[in-house]
Design a protein around this ligand. Structure first.
Ligand code: ZN
Length: 233
């Protein structure tokens, strides 16, 4: 089976804060999505290696080459501002190597389509060429570089935080599409005990989702107060 090397965002906090989510940063979210994605890819039969968080981009690419991966896939979320103000850009993008219609483009389109299947808004950012990125231009194997959505936009940040596992599974489905592998759903619970555990997980997930929304709202209120204070001075 093909070998997939996953490389979630390396830079730790305070790089890339999530708008409206105090204490949430791109690194932690992407590492979590990477772990879910590794789980799904393994279930589908792929050999998977996940970059250890402290490795540099150079070390990751070298490791991916030494391991003879068939696909190198960084995992990132996007930003349209370099400030703490809310950005207006929204939606998934996948970054490719080389020309439109080339191998990387076709593979990236498959992952992009799977992300758009679950993304709730009608954006059209599509696939872009980014050969100058180290983990695109310097990987001799195929690379697919998803920028899942914009963490500096309130609505996108909420969507990412609430859908980490679904996003990871969408990435996995795109990879399956490219390699012609059938996507394998997570096993359905069998015994009463398993059902109970699944139900509990569901409740926990709902709690986390509602907690995340409340946190996001709190962030927006705090930002508004801060803005008001600045204007009032
Ligand atoms: Zn990033």
């Amino acid at each position: 089976m093909p070998k997939v090397y996953l490389s979630p965002e390396r830079r730790p906090a305070p790089h890339a804060p999530y708008y409206g989510f105090p204490g949430v940063y791109e690194h932690d979210v992407c590492v979590e999505i990477g772990a879910y994605c590794a789980e799904a890819l393994t279930r589908c039969g792929f050999d998977v290696m996940v970059a250890s968080p402290n490795k540099t981009m150079q070390e990751r690419v070298a490791e991916s080459i030494a391991w003879k991966s068939n696909l190198h896939m960084p995992i990132h979320t996007n930003a349209s501002t370099a400030t703490l103000k809310e950005g207006t850009a929204q939606g998934p993008t996948v970054l490719r190597y080389g020309r439109a219609g080339g191998i990387s483009d076709r593979a990236c389109q498959m992952v992009y389509r799977r992300l758009m299947e679950i993304y709730p808004r009608n954006t059209h950012r599509g696939v872009y060429q980014k050969d100058e990125f180290y983990e695109i231009g310097r990987t001799p194997m195929l690379s697919i570089y998803p920028e899942i959505a914009f963490h500096d936009n309130g609505q996108d940040a909420i969507w990412i935080v609430q859908n980490k596992k679904r996003i990871a599974e969408a990435l996995c489905k795109g990879v399956c599409d490219w390699f012609g592998v059938a996507y394998k759903e997570e096993e359905k619970p069998q015994t009463d005990y398993d059902k109970l555990v699944a139900e509990l997980e569901d409740i926990k997930e709902k709690y986390r989702t509602e907690h995340a929304s409340a946190q996001a709202l709190r962030g927006r209120i705090l930002a508004a107060i801060e803005q008001y204070d600045t204007v009032a001075k």
